[in-house]
Ligand binder design. Structure first.
Ligand SMILES: *Cc1c(COP(=O)(O)O)cnc(C)c1O
Ligand SMILES: [Zn+2]
Length: 418
C-alpha cells in the first residue's frame, strides 16, 4: 500500500493532506488539480519491482503497493488492466521507425482505458462507505463507472449527460443500471452541476481530472508498459488527448517509477488531438500556461477526445513539456482512415479517438518530433466496437453473388483472388 504523503496543487504548489481536500485546490479553483505524491524514499525500501514481476495478479492490482488503497481493501471483481502490449513490426515499418508497439486498452471490461480510473474511484468509495458515485460524461468514463459499480453490491451511479448525447451511449449506461440525468445543456454545464450536487449530497464525484485519483488509476498503464517491456521504456509514447487526464496519468506512472529508480528516463510523450478540438495543441504551440487557457471550439467525430477547455489541462501540458514531447493535431479524415490501417497492421480494432494515435505518430514523424531511429508505443485507448458506425465510413467492399460456384468464381476473379 502506498501511503499518501501529500496532495499537491499543480498550479500554486500548496500541499494538502487527504482529509483536507477531496477534489481541486481551494486557492486555485477548478484548474488547480492535485498530484497524489508519496514518500518515495520510504517506498523504495518496501516495494520491489522484481517482486511485482513475480505477481500472479493479471490486473492493475499487481501494483497495489503503488496505489493509495489499504492492503485489505475490498476491490471490485472485474479485471481491469494488464492489457497486452504487442510488438508490431509491420506497423513500425509503415511508420518508418525502429520499433513499435501497441497497447490494447480496448481489452478492459467496459472497453476503454477509463476503467483504470473508475476501478480506483469505486474502491475508494467502498473504503469510505460511500454508496453513491457520480460523474458527468457522454462516453467511456461514464460507462466505466457504471460497469465497475455494477460489479459490486450496493453501489449506485448517477450519471449526468448532455441531453444531446448519442442514444447508444446512454443505452450502455442504462444497461449497467446507472441513473441517467439528461441535462438540457452542454457537457461543461453538466460537469459543473454534477460537481455541485456531489458536494451538496456527499456523493463521490469521479469527474475527470477534478478527482485526483483518476490520474492514479490511469498511471497503471505506464507501470504495465515498463514492466511488459522488461523495464526498458520506449523512446516515445503516443496518446490521444481530450480532457488531458489519460496523458497526465501516463506521465505520472513514469514519474513514480523514475523516483523509485525503476526506469532511467521518461519517454517523450506525444499528445494527439483532433484539429477540430485542439485546445492543448494551441496552448503548447503558443507557450500558454494551463491556468491561462480559454475555451476553444470542440468539433470532432472522435467524440472521446472532444474538449473545448480540457479539465486536466495543467497536468496535460506538463506531461509534454517535462518530457520534451509535443502536441500534434490531426484531421478527422486522418483519424477515420487510421482505424482500418491500425487494424490491418496489428489486428487491433480501435475506436476513432484511439486510432488517432497512429495518425498523430505519422504527423509527428513528418515534423521530426519522432525520429526514424526511435522506438514508439501507441496507446490504443478504446475498443473499435464502441463506435462501429464511424469505422464503416472508412471501409467499403463486400461483393454480392448468386448461390452457385460459377458466380462465386466470377466474384473471386473480380477481387483478383483467383
Ligand atoms: C477519454 C478517452 C481519451 C482521452 O482521454 P482524456 O483523459 O480525456 O484526454 C482518448 N481515447 C479514448 C478511447 C477515451 O475514452
Ligand atoms: Zn493551488
Amino acid at each position: 500500500m502506498a501511503t499518501i504523503q501529500e496532495l499537491k496543487c499543480v498550479i500554486c504548489g500548496k500541499s494538502y493532506q487527504p482529509p483536507e481536500v477531496m477534489y481541486t485546490c481551494p486557492v486555485c479553483g477548478e484548474a488547480g488539480t492535485l498530484d497524489v505524491l508519496y514518500d518515495y524514499d520510504a517506498l523504495k525500501n518496501t516495494v520491489d519491482r522484481d517482486e511485482i514481476s513475480r505477481s500472479q495478479l493479471t490486473s492493475v492490482w499487481r501494483y497495489k503497493s503503488l496505489i493509495p488503497v489499504a492492503p485489505d481493501a475490498a476491490i471490485p471483481p472485474l479485471t481491469v488492466g494488464w492489457t497486452p502490449t504487442y510488438e508490431t513490426p509491420r506497423l513500425a515499418e509503415r511508420l518508418g521507425v525502429r520499433k513499435a508497439w501497441v497497447k490494447d486498452e480496448g481489452r478492459n471490461p467496459t472497453g476503454s482505458l477509463k476503467d483504470r480510473a473508475s476501478v480506483l474511484v469505486i474502491t475508494r468509495a467502498m473504503e469510505q462507505g460511500i454508496q453513491i458515485v457520480s460523474t458527468a460524461s457522454t462516453g467511456n468514463a461514464a460507462a466505466a463507472l457504471a460497469g465497475i459499480a455494477a460489479s459490486v453490491p450496493d453501489m449506485k451511479t448517477i450519471i449526468f449527460v448532455p441531453a444531446t448525447a448519442p442514444e447508444a451511449k446512454i443505452a450502455q449506461l442504462l444497461v449497467y443500471g446507472a441513473s441517467v440525468i439528461l441535462v438540457e445543456a452542454s457537457y461543461d454545464v453538466a460537469f459543473d452541476l454534477c460537481m455541485e450536487i456531489c458536494i451538496e449530497q456527499g456523493w463521490y464525484c469521479r469527474n475527470t481530472g477534478v478527482n485526483p485519483f483518476t490520474t492514479e488509476g490511469k498511471k497503471t498503464v505506464s507501470l504495465e508498459i515498463a514492466e511488459q517491456l522488461h523495464w526498458h521504456v520506449p523512446d516515445v509514447v503516443v496518446v490521444s488527448v481530450g480532457d488531458g487526464s489519460i496523458i497526465s496519468g501516463v506521465y505520472k506512472g513514469f514519474y513514480d517509477m523514475l523516483q523509485l529508480g525503476w526506469i532511467q528516463r521518461i519517454p517523450r510523450i506525444i499528445g494527439v488531438q483532433s484539429s477540430g478540438s485542439m485546445a492543448l495543441v494551441h496552448a503548447w504551440e503558443n507557450h500558454i500556461a494551463g491556468q491561462d487557457m480559454t475555451p476553444m471550439p470542440a468539433e470532432t467525430l472522435a467524440d472521446s477526445i472532444s474538449a473545448g477547455l480540457p479539465r486536466d489541462r495543467v497536468k496535460a501540458l506538463r506531461a509534454v513539456r517535462e518530457t520534451d514531447g509535443a502536441y500534434v493535431a490531426v484531421d478527422d479524415s486522418a483519424i477515420i482512415a487510421a482505424i482500418p490501417e491500425v487494424a490491418r497492421l496489428t489486428g487491433v480494432f480501435a475506436e476513432p479517438a484511439a486510432a488517432a494515435a497512429f495518425a498523430g505518430a505519422q504527423t509527428a514523424l513528418q515534423s521530426g518530433r519522432i525520429r526514424h531511429d526511435d522506438s514508439v508505443l501507441l496507446l490504443l485507448t478504446g475498443n473499435g466496437l464502441k463506435d462501429v458506425r464511424r469505422a464503416q465510413q472508412a471501409v467499403s467492399g463486400g461483393i454480392r453473388v448468386q448461390p452457385n460456384l460459377s458466380s462465386v468464381r466470377n466474384a473471386l476473379t473480380r477481387l483478383e483472388l483467383l
